[in-house]
Design a protein around this ligand. Structure first.
Ligand SMILES: [Fe+2]
Length: 497
């Protein structure tokens, strides 16, 4: 047998080579992404929250930023973490609790750490660099853009019903990347089918935080601009919680303002309860503290606009006086903003046959009109629809109820059909947009070329292509372009004040 001896020097050289050429363990479960944080007002415009996920082994993490005013990398405050995990789900037994068929238990989610760091002293509207360090060594860097101030024009991209792992999801993400927005808004149904951790890992983070932008791949959006979202029915599928204890991940993985109506939520909490194993619930509540359930409703300012974001899921009751009062107060306090924008998942005005009866959010129209709301965005219906500017007077059902058993709302609308792009660009009424063509299977493609099937309030109906809304606000002008997943402009209009 021949004997090979290696000198200490050659062993060291081999080890060095190995360390340089063999990738170490990936430091992230999910790479860094930007969030608005609990900062509703522009006075906090100089900060954003950076989040990332790692395994459960604590490490020494730090974040540094560099703006045009910084001559060198500058450390920001110490990152903090919360542990997130979920036990295995309960198997479903056919015939029990209305289940149609047996379904096996879903696997547990291993404990992992969700880190947050506040990026401070950013310069409104300007790009900045940031880097994340593990044990003193930079492991990630990217360019972000700080929130815009009231005097700065801005652009946002908006699409709902997106995280279904389809080719269209990536194509829409790529178009959003090409549009270079300042932020992205998702009006619900962020991931399918039940807002689970496991679904975020396969249908959200890889697509919207991809390293390389491509129509087939998604784009590095999450690391560059804040995503803001309101939960849809698939993000808050409470009835599925016992089977999927890794659902409700919206409250674990997002960081948004906590200025919503907690007291009214208490009033309707009998409709908003977790069920299933108590152990699963307490693990979830610990990881979601202090965001559950408050973060489902909130408002914030961006540039010269005020956004009011509502949870329109059926466990809410927007006919309750307490909730209506919160909404009216929030909008009344925002009259000095140039633009008032409202967003929620289930649209009040929808011409699609799919979800047609779910009209219950129409009941809020008088509050929107009194408080000069300019535009309302929704999703839920997987296509694009634009209404004429309209005003609406709701009428009670024959039995006195505000809505019928399936959500129908009676009443009369008045349409501003003269609204146009020229001298008549000042709308008389509220424009209602459905922008739910962000990736999931399209609804009612047969209706696109059949205007006779539309309600009279609808003026555009695009249901044969996936698309996103790209909206520019510059002073007293707003322009919306609806862009297809291949970059075609399929609708465009301007509002001028
Ligand atoms: Fe939905």
């Amino acid at each position: 047998m021949s004997k090979v001896t290696l000198s200490a020097a050659s062993l060291f050289a081999a080890a060095l080579l190995l360390s340089q050429t063999t990738p170490g363990p990936e430091p992230f479960l999910e790479k860094p992404y930007l969030q608005l944080g609990d900062a509703p007002k522009l006075s906090a415009s100089a900060s954003l929250v950076l989040m990332w996920h790692t395994d459960a082994v604590p490490a020494q993490w730090a974040v540094e930023v560099r703006t045009s005013k910084d001559s060198a990398w500058r450390a920001v405050g110490q990152p903090w973490s919360q542990t997130v995990s979920a036990p295995a789900g309960e198997p479903t037994v056919a015939g029990k609790n209305g289940a149609k068929k047996d379904a096996p238990a879903t696997p547990a989610i291993e404990p992992h750490l969700v880190y947050r760091a506040r990026l401070t002293n950013l310069i409104a509207g300007q790009e900045f660099r940031y880097r994340v360090l593990k044990a003193g060594k930079p492991v990630f860097d990217a360019t972000g853009r700080a929130r815009k101030s009231a005097g700065q024009p801005f652009r946002f991209a908006l699409f709902g019903d997106c995280g279904q792992g389809t080719p269209a999801e990536n194509a829409v993400a790529y178009q959003a990347h090409l549009a270079k927005p300042d932020f992205i808004f998702i009006p619900g149904d962020i991931v399918y089918g039940s807002g689970r951790i496991s679904e975020y890992r396969t249908r959200f983070f890889p697509n919207y935080n991809a390293d390389e932008p491509a129509a087939s791949n998604g784009a590095p959006l999450l690391r560059s601009v804040p995503f803001i979202a309101v939960p849809g029915n698939h993000d808050t599928a409470l009835a599925n919680y016992p089977r999927f204890p890794d659902s409700l991940a919206y409250f674990l993985y997002w960081d948004q303002p906590l200025n919503g109506p907690m007291a009214p939520l208490d009033a309707v909490k009998t409709k908003h309860v977790l069920t299933g194993a108590a152990a699963a619930q307490s693990i979830f509540l610990e990881g979601a503290k202090p965001r559950y359930p408050r973060m489902a409703n909130f408002s914030f300012d961006y540039g010269n606009s005020h956004w009011t974001v509502l949870d329109a899921n059926t466990y809410m009751d927007w006919n309750s006086p307490a909730l209506r009062e919160w909404l009216a107060k929030d909008l009344a306090a925002a009259q000095s903003a140039t633009w008032r924008i409202v967003a929620f998942h289930q649209p009040g005005f929808n011409s699609s046959k799919q979800h047609f009866s779910e009209q219950y959010m129409r009941a809020l129209s008088p509050i929107f009109e009194t408080n000069h709301v300019d535009i309302v965005f929704a999703g839920h219906v997987h296509n694009y629809q634009r209404s004429f500017p309209l005003t609406f007077v709701p009428a009670p059902q024959a039995d006195g109820a505000a809505a019928g058993p399936k959500g129908e709302v009676a009443g009369e609308w008045k349409l501003n059909k003269a609204f146009g792009d020229g001298a008549a660009a000042k709308p008389d009424g509220v424009i209602y947009i459905v922008s739910g063509a962000g990736g999931a299977e399209l609804y009612n493609p047969e209706q696109q070329n059949d205007p006779a099937s539309w309600q009279t309030f609808t003026t555009k109906f695009i249901s044969q292509v996936h698309s996103l809304s790209v909206v520019d606000i510059d002073g007293k002008t707003m322009r919306l372009k609806q862009v297809s997943d291949t970059g075609d402009v399929v609708d465009s209009f301007r509002i001028a004040k």
